[in-house]
Design a protein around this ligand. Structure first.
Ligand SMILES: Cc1ncc(COP(=O)(O)O)c(C=O)c1O
Length: 548
């Protein structure tokens, strides 16, 4: 020990004398210069943006994307060319949306408009739009069963809550009660018999954001994690990436088995480290409608002492009722050790009007990590459970009315019909020699890909011309349909239309080689070496959606 101190002393003295000898500076000058150089370096380094490789990016993709961005930013003429292209794209997006924009209003009218005129506009919009959303040829989007009287009764009930604001629980106690009852009824579906611990949100995305926020705050407070990451199957919903972006959490994606289209557990485990705050499983996932191995994921989370979110936004209301009919989806709720949060959407297969979902937590402590409160704000003590401040009571009212009016028995029947139709549809598509269903969907969505040369996006192109409104997937390229009470009657027509589309493509292969608009879109985005650049280009579409 003494020897070490002695050595350090000697080293310091010789360093001091050598610097003095070299520069003739005194000790104060040396300290001053040292601090100055440190500050200058700090200033420079803070201004240089050193590109960082994304966790999910390979070194090769990273290099390609940097070269690509370098070309865009520094090659003369390239950025102005891109600006021009962006303007053109914006115009073209706006033009395609403008086709459906009638009676534009740019300013508040000087004198209020008569109700007759307002209703005239409303009628023309509803007459036109309802032909699309009630066409019975739409994937997902509108889930309510086709009972016009039920829809009208629900509208009649919910309109009473249009001006309510459940943030003021004292002024609108009925709104507060409806919200708490919806949470309670939903919690009960997922094994929270005694106390439901949840929040009512505006949709699946907000439920997921709040779950991830809770895990981040929990991990920071209780485990000291300041550089958090989440590990999700690559099929998990885009809302998890949104949470990563909003809350600055690294998102690590785990591969999906290309036969079962469910998460590869070995790969998932390999991404977990000491900064992992939670893992995710979907019931089912949106792209393929397949269900991740929830029980195994729960066991991993429990062993690693991290959170496990079950995303049942899409399938929760189907699976929970199917269980009562004896169908076995394994265990997935709070009775399974390891499950710490569940999201479930009333506004999907809960059949409620839009704008309502539930996020449930295993414990009150975990839920508190998603709440916001401040006792020191000059506006007074303030506490809200979700991302909203003032909010409408319509969401809770719509969900409450729907859950009570439909009742358990009808939910069970409706869920069973969706499951049967999904299994049947997957079987029929698998019988088409040119196609193959991705995995084994058993809940409410089916996705299929091409087995041979046929461009699946060309099938999409033809189906669109036949009035279908479907989703396309990538990696692999496919067509996804979410089975709903609206399109369930038309699934036979759907299969027939697919067969006809294949026939048409085969008789005119050169015309259908490229896959139409979708083929062009994915063809381009998949070729762009920087995925963020491609993603940002899509924001142009949002500019045009919000523009008149
Ligand atoms: C599995 C899954 N999770 C989350 C969401 C997000 O729900 P929302 O669109 O209500 O925000 C969806 C939407 O389709 C979904 O399918």
């Amino acid at each position: 020990m003494y020897q070490t101190i002695d050595f350090l002393k000697q080293a310091y003295t010789s360093l001091k004398s050598s610097i003095k000898w070299q520069t003739q500076l005194d000790e104060f000058d040396i300290i001053f210069l040292g601090v100055l150089i440190t500050l200058i370096l700090h200033f420079i380094l803070n201004r240089i943006r050193i590109p960082r490789r994304d966790y999910n990016q390979s070194y090769w993709t990273f290099i390609k994307s940097q070269v690509f961005l370098g070309l865009i930013n520094y090659c003369p003429g390239v950025s102005s060319f891109l600006e021009k292209k962006k303007e053109e794209a914006l115009k073209s997006f706006s033009h395609s949306l403008d086709k459906y924009t009638t009676n534009k209003t740019f300013k508040i009218p000087e004198n209020g408009m008569g109700y007759d005129k307002i209703n005239e506009r409303l009628k023309s919009w509803i007459d036109r739009d309802s032909k699309n959303y009630y066409s019975g040829k739409v994937s997902g989007s509108l889930y309510v069963h086709n009972d016009q009287q039920f829809i009208e009764d629900c509208q009649e009930f919910t309109k009473n809550f249009l001006y309510s604001n459940p943030m003021h629980a004292d002024l609108w106690p009925a709104s507060r009660q409806l919200e708490a009852e919806v949470i309670k009824m939903t919690g009960e579906l997922f094994g929270q018999d005694k106390e439901a611990i949840g929040m009512l949100t505006t949709g699946g995305t907000e439920s997921i954001l709040l779950a991830i926020l809770a895990y981040r705050n929990w991990a920071e407070t209780e485990k000291g994690i300041t550089q958090p990451n989440i590990v999700i199957p690559e099929t998990a919903h885009a809302a998890f990436y949104k949470a990563g972006e909003y809350f600055k959490i690294q998102v690590r994606t785990a591969k999906v088995n290309q036969k079962t289209f469910t998460v590869d557990l070995k790969d998932l485990k390999s991404h977990i480290n000491s900064n992992t705050i939670c893992i995710v499983g979907s019931l089912p996932n949106f792209p393929y409608g397949t269900q991740d191995p929830i029980e195994e994921l729960a066991a991993i989370a429990k062993k690693k002492k991290i959170g496990f979110h079950v995303d049942a936004c899409l399938g929760g209301f189907i699976v929970a009722f199917a269980k009562e009919k004896g169908m076995n989806y394994g265990n997935y709720d709070f009775t399974l050790d390891g499950v710490t949060s569940i999201s479930c959407d009333q506004h999907k297969h809960g059949l409620a009007p839009k704008g309502v979902s539930t996020i449930l937590f295993k414990t009150r402590q975990l839920r508190q990590y998603a709440f916001f409160s401040t006792a020191t704000w000059s506006g007074g003590a303030y506490a809200v459970p979700t991302t909203q401040g003032s909010k409408t009571g319509v969401g809770a009212a719509g969900a409450w009315f729907t859950m009570l009016a439909i009742g358990r028995k009808r939910y069970i029947e409706l869920s069973k019909s969706i499951i049967n139709a999904t299994i049947q549809l997957a079987k029929q598509i698998n019988e088409i020699p040119e196609l193959e269903v991705c995995g084994e969907p058993k809940i409410n969505c089916v996705c299929f890909k091409s087995k041979g040369n046929i461009n699946v996006y060309s099938i999409h192109q033809i189906l669109t011309s036949k009035g279908w409104n479907l989703n396309t997937t990538q990696n692999p390229n496919g067509i996804h349909i979410s089975v709903t009470q609206q399109n369930i009657q038309n699934l036979k027509v759907f299969v027939q239309d697919i067969k006809e589309a294949i026939k048409e493509i085969k008789t005119n292969p050169s015309k259908y080689k490229s896959g139409g608009d979708m083929g062009a879109l994915y063809g381009t985005t998949q070729k762009i070496p920087d995925s963020k650049f491609a993603g940002n280009a899509l924001k142009l579409y949002l500019d045009s959606v919000l523009k008149l």
